[in-house]
Design a binder for this molecule. Structure first.
Ligand code: HEM
Ligand code: NAG
Ligand code: NAG
Length: 541
């Protein structure tokens, strides 16, 4: 466990990069973990879309509609109806797609992409905000912090998205209602119109051609929207089009070109102003909605933790250790799992450390990030059990520099009072039940469970929200699993239409002891892309 002073320094330097945010994090934090895995580890494939930010094989002349541009426009259109604490980024746009101010298949395409990613922890308005962050980043723009916590609207809200035929006075008033000054309006429009362009089918009087007419001569997120405007070639269809629809010309010139000149003369200014304005745009939310801290990647973190009873009545701990950042893939690195047993002072199983069962890596995450993952699975008796775990990381694999990863000092805690029973849990159960979730509750403690329940999350793509139902679990037996004297089995049948071939589901189970809720792991359902799956079919009734 020697740590050389040079490496201590290296660790300190690494830690200082985002120390303020990382320090606040302790594992587990299901809401944070879910969003981090979705946004940074790209586990749900949210941004697995072609990055059409410039000419490439799929887009030789840069004229294919850009999904990134569509996502950024979506975020503005959702925010643009904000008025006195009502509206903002709340997903109401997706109930308002039939309005003339929301013309364009780009917005409904985005809706259809986003509804597949709805979850309790990623509601539509957070996906809209995250989509803007991802789009700007994928096209080479500045990094914008993503704070989760938005709330999905139940229905359409007021109208009020600016249209290109609006006067300068209309637009200034609209941006003021949205919370932006006249100068900030110029900035926000330029930051939006650096991506994408005008689609002929949407605005045939502005774009009389057959392919999308781009706003500037690059498809990347850059200051060409300003350099083209100031010194040409000016191809912006909202500048050189019919005067009545030249809204960009009216807006850009409204301060005597001061703002556009500053963008044209400095790419750095453009990027930093855009980072700030776009961040305010996505953080414009209704009064009463509080956004959480930004989700930054944690360089070392456990994922997919699951404690379960095996069919033979032993306790299995599964966990994956993720190492994330630029160039983290290192075949020489040795990562070892260590744990403390239930009593924490002894090693009742005789071997309280283990090597990974498998290692995977991903060298091509967004923003130059990489991921190396070490999966562990260890099994001990229910008597020995677990109270916490931690890891040692030997970067060179030669024992010279072994670093301990222990959740900031306190180890990663294991609560063995509430445990999953995968052998008697399954999705697509029967007729009127969509799943059966069995929980094992520790009975050798001093307090007994007063309530065991399972919260099921159904992805409702029609209402565009996560439907949550809590189902009480009842004490019973668990056929196919050996009785274990330390545990009692509680089973919940989750109502739902099992004839639906695929449902995106999550289950969170918990038990209450003496008024304290003990939470189990987040389980992913049959069609969920998270790696903790519930078996699709039940092996016995
Ligand atoms: C007065 C304000 C604005 C007006 C009148 C306006 C107007 C337009 C129009 C007419 C289009 C073409 C849409 C289509 O063909 O489907 C467009 C596209 C776009 N707008 Fe705006 N816009 C405004 C502000 C903004 C702002 C503030 C942003 C974001 C910060 C933004 C982002 C975009 C993007 C990214 C596109 C390209 C979409 C694509 O290529 O699919 N716009 N805008
Ligand atoms: C791309 O541009 C070239 C040259 O202007 C043209 O010959 C070609 O047809 C264009 N391809 C597409 C897909 O528009
Ligand atoms: C602003 O820039 C545009 C485009 O270059 C130009 O046509 C216009 O005359 C300028 N306006 C002012 C007030 O400088």
């Amino acid at each position: 466990m020697a740590t050389t002073s040079a490496n201590k320094l290296k660790l300190l330097l690494l830690a200082s990069i985002s120390v303020a945010q990382v320090l606040a994090y302790t594992w587990p934090n299901p809401a944070y973990d879910y969003v981090e895995e979705f946004l940074w580890l790209e586990l749900t494939g949210f941004a697995a879309i072609p990055a059409l930010c410039g000419p490439n094989a799929a887009n030789p002349n840069g004229t294919t509609p850009s999904i990134q541009a569509q996502w950024l426009r979506t975020a503005y259109h959702d925010m643009a109806t904000f008025n006195a604490g009502v509206g903002g980024i709340d997903g109401s746009l997706f109930f308002e797609l039939d309005r003339a101010e929301n013309v364009g298949v780009g917005l409904s395409n985005t809706r259809n992409q986003f509804i597949k990613h709805i979850s309790k922890y990623t509601p539509i308005p957070d996906l809209i905000a995250a989509g803007a962050v991802v789009a700007v980043g994928q096209c080479g723009g500045p990094s914008i912090p993503f704070k989760p916590g938005r709330v999905m609207a139940a229905a359409a809200g007021p109208s009020g998205v600016p249209v290109p035929t609006g006067s300068l006075a209309d637009h200034t008033a609209a941006f003021q209602r949205q919370g932006f000054t006249a100068t900030e309006m110029i900035g926000l429009v330029a930051c939006g119109h650096t991506l994408g362009g005008v689609t002929p089918a949407d605005f045939p009087s502005i774009n009389t051609g057959t392919v999308i007419a781009p706003f500037d001569d690059t498809r990347t997120f850059d200051n060409h929207i300003a350099t083209n405007y100031i010194s040409g070639p000016n191809i912006n269809p909202l500048v050189k089009g019919p005067a009545v629809t030249d809204s960009d010309a009216r807006i850009f010139a409204s301060d005597g070109n001061v703002t556009m000149n500053s963008f044209a003369s400095s790419a750095t200014t453009f990027n930093s102003v855009c980072a700030s304005l776009l961040s305010r745009m996505i953080n414009t939310v209704p009064t009463g909605v509080t956004l959480r801290d930004p989700v930054v990647p944690i360089p070392f973190k456990p994922r997919d933790f699951l404690l379960s009873i095996t069919p033979s009545g032993t306790l299995n701990l599964q966990v994956t250790a993720d190492i994330f950042g630029a160039s983290v893939i290192n075949p020489s690195r040795v990562v070892t799992l260590h744990w403390a047993d239930r009593k924490s002072t002894t090693c009742a199983s005789g071997a309280c450390s283990a090597s990974p069962t498998s290692t995977t890596s991903n060298a091509a995450l967004r923003n130059g990030n990489t991921l190396q993952s070490y999966k562990f699975s260890v099994t001990v008796s229910a008597t020995a059990s677990f109270s916490s775990f931690w890891f040692t990381v030997d970067e060179a694999g030669n024992g010279a520099n072994v670093v301990t990863q222990n959740n900031g000092g306190a180890n990663y805690p294991v609560d063995d009072t509430v445990v999953n029973v995968p052998a008697y849990s399954c999705g697509l159960f029967s007729g009127s039940n969509i799943a059966r979730i069995t929980t094992a509750v520790r009975t050798d403690g001093t307090t007994q469970a007063s309530g065991v329940s399972v919260e099921a999350m159904f992805q409702n793509q029609v209402a565009m929200r996560a439907d949550l139902t809590t189902v009480a679990a009842t004490l019973g037996t668990s056929p196919i699993v050996s009785p274990v004297s330390q545990y009692a089995y509680y089973t919940a049948l989750i109502p739902g239409d099992s004839s639906l071939s695929c449902q995106y589901l999550n289950f969170e189970f918990s038990a209450t002891f003496g008024g304290v809720v003990h939470a189990g792991a987040l389980l992913g359902g049959a069609c969920n892309v998270r790696s903790i799956h519930i078996a699709a079919g039940c092996s016995s009734t």
